[in-house]
Design a protein around this ligand. Sequence first.
Ligand SMILES: C[S@@+](CC[C@H](N)C(=O)[O-])C[C@H]1O[C@@H](n2cnc3c(N)ncnc32)[C@H](O)[C@@H]1O
Length: 227
Amino acid sequence: MRGLRARVRDYYSGTIERHGPNPLGVDWPNAASQYLRFAQLMKVCDFSAPLSLNDFGCGYGALLEYLNMRHAEAEVGYRGIDISASMITVARERWGSHGRAVFAVGSRCGRRADYSIASGVCNVRLGHPVGEWENYVESILADMRASSRIGFAVNFLLPHDDKPTEDGLYRSNPQRWAGFCREQLGCSVRLLGDYGLREFTLLIRMKPQKAAPRKAVSCKEVRRSPR
Ligand SMILES: C[S@@+](CC[C@H](N)C(=O)[O-])C[C@H]1O[C@@H](n2cnc3c(N)ncnc32)[C@H](O)[C@@H]1O
């Protein structure tokens, strides 16, 4: 998987170096669709209390623009993580004076937060075999689960009805990843679709841990116990 990650890193370093900190720099066509994705993903968060957030695959930190616009009153401890050092350099230049945002280069969340989100991280397969790409996606989701106290959210491209998936992209049906999160990661999943893009978003929450059964105490033990 190291070779795969290196190719993903080089691909996105290329986009930000060519286009700079704007949607094209993270391979999105425009800010409207970029923000529409954030609006879906952020539904996993309860903004009524202060919260911490991992933005996995943060790019140049566009989510902070969205949060400033839509949740200006919310107290969010933000950590952006990106595999591309070029992205993180640009993100730090842009958000250096933001009091509650930090950035890290990496391919793991690297810190537990209340929530983690990932937008557009699983879409560009760069010609890797689907099986290899799905193993990679599984490792990302498992890391997001381990790094989130309350929940996490991720989006995927949907297959076309009438033509095969474009070379280099990854598209899947929602059951593939909702099933993985339910069955392998033991989470509950809410599926969001029909929001105007050929995509879907999964809002994934940890299931509350069941309390361990109490050890039965025998009558003898009760009688022997000191008063
Ligand atoms: C399509 S861009 C989206 C950026 C940002 N989430 C946004 O919506 O503006 C995907 C980003 O994920 C990063 N990325 C892809 N795979 C990654 C991985 N395995 N670990 C960390 N970052 C990754 C890329 O470098 C790129 O910045």
